[in-house]
Design a protein around this ligand. Sequence first.
Ligand SMILES: CC(C)(COP(=O)(O)OP(=O)(O)OC[C@H]1O[C@@H](n2cnc3c(N)ncnc32)[C@H](O)[C@@H]1OP(=O)(O)O)[C@@H](O)C(=O)NCCC(=O)NCCS
Length: 218
Amino acid sequence: MNKNDYIIRLETENDYREVENLTREAFWNQSVPGCYEHYFVHTMRRHPDFIQKLALVLEKDGKIIANVMYTKSTLVDEHGKEKPIISFGPLCVHPNHQRKGCGKALLEYSFDRAVEMGYDAIVIFGNPDNYVSRGFKSCKKYNVCLEGDVFPTALLVKELRAGVLDGRKWVYYPSSAESLCDDAEAVEKFDVLFPPKEKAWQPSQEEFYIHSHSAISW
Ligand SMILES: CC(C)(COP(=O)(O)OP(=O)(O)OC[C@H]1O[C@@H](n2cnc3c(N)ncnc32)[C@H](O)[C@@H]1OP(=O)(O)O)[C@@H](O)C(=O)NCCC(=O)NCCS
């Protein structure tokens, strides 16, 4: 992907529908039959943790082919000290444009903007295959866990400033923004506003199950 072939800019209200459509195309049947991520995008924008200045779209020939959105999240150390951090997701690249460097370009641009805004660490749940080459490491390496000392395989950490997590134990608290998607009825109601698409099984769903049900124990 040549740098002159695309622009990266902030999402505007006029882009909302196009971004939701793109999200649906990118995530359809990926982790479950159908998907909920377009509803997540739709509701996230009104959530207090949404970071508008990090809602970015990548545009090529006047069409949005990739986007990323961030929310505020928190790390808490053993003394109860809170550290504001950020998390991204969804990150979407249109299926016709995947594996050409769009995701990489968009993420690296967003990391630079995040640093400018004063953020120094990112924690996400994601498939490690997609993010280790972007500098993400296992949460275990940074001593970042969920409540109950759980170190999920899919919990990934990137320091935007080297050494900022300093080895102490941190518990990660994601934004509550995604919990709105637990409402399956609301997701279905929203989905009918889009062109019909067939729900089906595909192998990536098993991969998702494995990643999202496993943890690092040593
Ligand atoms: C995952 C996703 C965001 C990646 O974006 P992308 O533009 O397709 O990926 P990129 O071309 O930028 O490549 C990113 C990394 O993927 C890997 N990659 C690239 N091309 C690849 C190929 N042909 N085969 C396997 N891996 C490849 C590389 O590790 C690459 O990083 P590197 O070049 O620095 O080594 C995109 O494929 C997508 O939207 N998928 C569907 C939705 C999704 O799964 N989102 C993420 C949820 S965790």
